[in-house]
Design a protein around this ligand. Structure first.
Ligand SMILES: [Zn+2]
Length: 502
């Protein structure tokens, strides 16, 4: 029996509005697509939460024995300002402002994105296709939609005919929006005289003479609309119907609604079996936004160089902090919450180090009730993760496990109550759920490399003066560091560690 059969996943499907048992289309294989970043600016923390959510999904599917093909795209053309059809292309605008080639912008911010993903231990997808690499396919599906009578060309641009689509399908099936309301409330925009209805959306846009990113098409020089790229790339790598599509809550409408309409119209079938949306990050109760001055770049978080932060926090502390709430809840970010998360993560991380170095008991059998308690904790980790990827509840179990590890560490004789096998199973589960499933690893440095280096110099100095039996100076180094919040810890074997006090 595969682990995914033993601990079947139930997840909240945004399109049905219900928690459903996850059954993959092909047994043992999961195909998932996640809308990636638009690479025109530095990735901020809100984006990071979305990608962390789907990192957890991919990791847990794999952990349960599924083979996963995870496709996450790079949007490098077609995403317009304000998500409307007559906004300026976000990448083109940045290129114009910085007097760079659009592809220079794309390269710079794609690299930044990858760096941040690595810092947070968010694993790369199996395929990372880009919109500009799939222009031919986007033109192909646009032609097909025109042939099917569900898209029309006006002045070199092509629009999807939402009203016509809605005659035989349901536009609004995902977001719950009502098409009549949408047609009424659409904003009046200059380009709208081109469209038959306000809710129609661009599949292809004619490029003005000054537009930098342009490709030849049957309708003249232009560029693809934003929604069509995801339909093309998900279909190409995962098939016309695939298991799971994810993204931030803000993409539900119009982006994902439009994806469903295009794909259903073109292929005659619904593209996605399970839709998963992750919720927003707020700061001190407010939406994170540049204009409110409360948006965070990961680098500001690590250095502490931000008016809302008292100090810097390591990426693993932030990862842990985000995993403390379920992906579908809003998560409020504050200096205090991070300070608490730092303490919590340290407890789990210390227990990880302890159990890795702990010598296992040798007995072939142990006390059944003790071993059952350990086994129940392991089972709970699976059950919580299989219940819509509940990282918050899984962490709560890991805290109980950490307490057990600390008890063994303090009273080694208690290890005699359990068998070698029970210990190994427990150790394996703790390490695997921490590292493989939740992606939490030891925080290398709490602040930055410079601080870490400085503390190490002082630790070395203190060791040297102790070796010279100059205990007065040794104590002064310890006390002075303590006065500024760095507590040195003398280990049994003379190894010194430190802790930064909150
Ligand atoms: Zn998308």
């Amino acid at each position: 029996m595969k682990p995914y059969e033993k601990y079947p996943i139930h997840l909240f499907n945004s399109i049905s509005g219900e928690k459903e048992k996850f059954e993959s289309q092909v047994p043992g294989f999961v195909g998932m697509y996640v809308c990636g970043p638009t690479v025109y600016n530095y990735v901020h923390l809100g984006n990071t939460r979305t990608f962390l959510t789907f990192d957890i999904l991919a990791r847990y599917f794999r952990f349960l024995g599924y083979k996963v093909r995870y496709v996450r795209n790079i949007t490098d053309v077609g995403h317009l300002e304000g998500d409307v059809d007559d906004g300026e292309d976000k990448i083109g605008k940045k290129a114009r402002l910085e007097q760079l080639e659009p592809m220079e912008i794309v390269k710079r911010y794609t690299e930044d994105f990858h760096t941040v993903m690595r810092q947070f231990n968010i694993l790369p997808p199996s395929i990372e296709p880009s919109a500009t690499g799939h222009i031919v396919e986007q033109i192909g599906i646009t032609k097909k939609l025109i042939d099917l009578g569900l898209a029309y060309e006006v002045n070199g641009s092509v629009y999807f005919d939402v009203k016509k689509y809605n005659q035989s399908h349901h536009y609004g099936i995902l977001s719950g929006r009502n098409i009549e309301d949408l047609m009424e409330s659409g904003r009046d925009l200059d380009s709208q005289d081109e469209k038959r209805e306000k809710i129609d959306f661009a599949l292809w846009k004619k490029a003005s003479p000054q537009h930098l990113m342009r490709w030849p098409s049957p309708w003249g020089d232009g560029f693809p609309g934003w929604h069509i790229e995801c339909t093309v790339m998900s279909t190409k790598y995962l098939g016309e119907t695939f298991d799971l599509h994810g993204g931030g809550m803000d993409l539900k409408f119009p982006h994902h609604e439009c994806e469903i309409a295009q794909a259903t119209a073109a292929n005659g079938k619904s593209p996605v079996r399970y839709w998963v949306h992750s919720n927003m990050l707020t700061v001190n109760g407010q939406k994170m936004s540049k204009s409110l001055g409360n948006s965070f770049l990961p680098s500001e978080l690590f250095s502490g160089n931000h008016p809302l932060l008292q100090k810097g926090f390591g990426p693993m502390t932030v990862r842990f902090f985000m995993l403390q709430s379920h992906y579908s809840s809003t998560l409020d970010f504050s200096n205090e919450a991070l300070l608490a998360a730092e303490k919590g993560f340290k407890k789990l991380s210390n227990a990880l180090t302890i159990i890795k170095n702990m010598s296992a008991p040798t007995a072939a059998s142990g006390q059944p009730e003790k071993e059952k308690k350990l086994q129940d904790l392991i089972t709970d980790c699976y059950l919580h993760m299989s219940d819509d990827f509940n990282t918050a509840k899984t962490l709560a179990v890991l805290f109980e496990m950490a307490t057990q590890i600390n008890t063994w560490n303090a009273q080694k004789e208690l290890l005699g109550e359990i068998s070698a096998d029970a210990f190994e199973a427990f150790k394996h589960a703790y390490c695997a759920f921490m590292e493989d499933v939740l992606g939490l690893k030891e925080e290398k440095s709490v602040n930055n490399d410079l601080l870490e280096g400085t503390i190490q110099v002082l630790i070395g100095l203190r060791k040297a003066v102790r070796a010279d039996r100059n205990f007065a100076l040794s104590d002064k180094i310890r006390d002075d560091l303590k006065a500024i919040g760095i507590q040195l810890k003398d280990g049994k074997d003379g190894v010194m560690g430190y802790e930064i006090e909150n």
